[in-house]
Design a protein around this ligand. Structure first.
Ligand code: ZN
Length: 78
């Protein structure tokens, strides 16, 4: 049983990619996603990508492999 309240990252779409390339979703801290959506600030994803969050994540979209690697590592190591 895990009762930890440590903040888990959520996925946020990287809207800075070109239209002819598939858009990835990066893992970003949830409170940062909300802040970016409201304030227009840039967020730093787990992989180091920096971008503003302008849309909400849609299910079924590919997640950044680098972010996923870091995210999986966060879940295991504690
Ligand atoms: Zn990423």
């Amino acid at each position: 049983m895990s009762t930890q309240t440590k903040e888990r990252p959520d996925i946020a779409p990287d809207d800075t990619t070109d239209d002819d390339r598939p858009k990835f979703f990066h893992y970003v801290k949830k409170n940062k996603i909300a802040e970016s959506a409201v304030m227009g600030t840039h967020v730093v994803a787990l992989c180091g990508e920096v971008f503003p969050v302008t849309k909400s994540a849609k299910p079924g979209s590919p997640v950044c492999p680098d972010c996923k690697k870091v995210y999986d590592g966060l879940k295991k190591g504690d």
